[in-house]
Design a protein around this ligand. Structure first.
Ligand SMILES: [Zn+2]
Length: 261
């Protein structure tokens, strides 16, 4: 039971991204309407959620320039943000009605979708939902940065790790959970993280592991190389001047040596 709680806690930083599910259906049948506009975003919500749109706009706008600057992109249009009143309507909108409660945010094309932070369900909180929306925006920004390459051959650990990194979703709790799991057994390889289904990925602490990989790469080699990796993933060994295997070993050493309070 305790283990299960730990897993749920780890999952609570987790969101779901639509890389594998085909075009959504029914999303135009919801009752959301345009309720707020900010410089780079248009917000659609039900009447009950209008009051939280100012907070969402502030957090997205506060993170917008840093993320687009890191990636070296300009997005020539406004991004739609759809806020669903509860978990149920959100899961129906993403065409995944049986989704677990930790599935609270998504992106579809360049549209962001989320559960209302006022009604976050059993796993998430108002505060974590405020990070989720930034996380989803990072996915959209990365899709601009990759251009025609899209999501093909883009590793899940890099996609989810970078989104969490920019959204500030790494903390000592996650570092500790990853570090203590190393005592029991070797972590999954990056290739294993890549080939897992989204649910398997969640259960193997894929989100926690991924953000530590990205953090390791940024701390050790800098953000510029990471952004290059995002754009030219196939050149990982050229960018870092090391084999993938050597990089993975360095990451494990990084985790082992890390001092966590
Ligand atoms: Zn994600």
């Amino acid at each position: 039971m305790k283990m299960r709680l730990v897993v749920l806690n780890i999952l609570s930083i987790v969101i779901f991204v639509f890389l594998t599910i085909p075009k959504l259906v029914g999303q135009n049948n919801d009752s959301l309407s345009l309720a707020k506009e900010s410089q780079h975003f248009d917000f659609y919500s039900s009447n009950g959620d209008i009051k939280i749109l100012d907070s969402l706009a502030i957090i997205l706008e506060n993170n917008y320039s840093r993320i687009t600057n890191h990636l070296g992109i300009q997005i020539g249009k406004k991004i739609n943000v759809k806020v669903y009143p509860n978990i149920k309507t959100f899961h129906v909108a993403i065409n995944y009605p049986e989704a677990p409660d930790w599935v609270v945010g998504s992106c579809n094309g360049d549209e962001l979708m989320m559960v209302s932070p006022m009604n976050p369900g059993s796993i998430h909180t108002y505060k974590s939902l405020m990070q989720v929306i930034v996380h989803e925006f990072v996915h959209v920004a990365v899709s601009y940065a990759r251009g025609d390459k899209g999501w093909t051959a883009f590793p899940r650990w890099l996609s989810e790790g970078y989104a969490q990194y920019e959204a500030g979703q790494v903390n000592d709790y996650i570092r500790k959970s990853v570090k203590s799991s190393l005592i029991e057994k070797a972590p999954p390889t990056w290739a294993q993280l890549d080939s897992a289904s989204i649910v398997e990925f969640g259960h193997m602490n894929g989100y926690g592991l991924s953000v530590t990989i990205v953090e390791f790469l940024v701390v050790t080699y800098g953000i510029d190389k990471l952004v290059l990796l995002i754009k030219e993933t196939e050149n990982i060994e050229i960018i870092y001047g090391l084999t993938k295997h050597a990089l993975e070993n360095q990451w494990i050493q990084y985790l082992k040596q890390e001092q966590i309070e």
